[in-house]
Write a new protein. Structure first.
Length: 127
């Protein structure tokens, strides 16, 4: 049953991301990824707010699945990363949190560059 809540929340989050980006990009321009930055920051704030408000009790599983995992996960997975990084800081300290931040950001950037390279090198002529 939780998968249905995640799916419903995910659909809502994806539509919200589209809507927010659709407002931000025409307003701010596309020379910088303002739409992505806006949803990442807004999503991180809302995910933290929801996580703190909903709590981690068994009775809140459906709400967490719907709003935190589904809606905010589809809105931006960056929000989950932000909350997890803060929790790591709270539990384990600054160094593990910074390692997580750097590993996610640098790793994701390198992965994106690798994917672009593979796509351009091996798949560009395949179409």
């Amino acid at each position: 049953m939780p998968v249905i809540y995640v799916a419903l929340g995910g659909a809502l989050g994806a539509v919200l991301r589209f809507a927010v980006s659709g407002v931000v990009v025409p307003t701010m321009g596309d020379a910088f990824p303002w739409g992505t930055l806006a949803v990442n920051i807004l999503g991180s704030f809302v995910a933290g707010l929801l996580w703190a408000s909903l709590g981690q009790t068994a009775g809140q599983e459906r709400l967490n699945a719907l709003f935190v995992i589904g809606m905010m996960g589809a809105f931006t997975t960056f929000s989950t990363f932000s909350v997890e990084s803060f929790r790591l800081f709270e539990v384990s300290g600054l160094q593990p949190a910074l390692v997580n931040v750097l590993a996610n950001n640098v790793g994701a950037l390198l992965a994106a560059i690798g994917g672009i390279w593979v796509g351009r090198t091996f798949l560009a002529g395949a179409t």
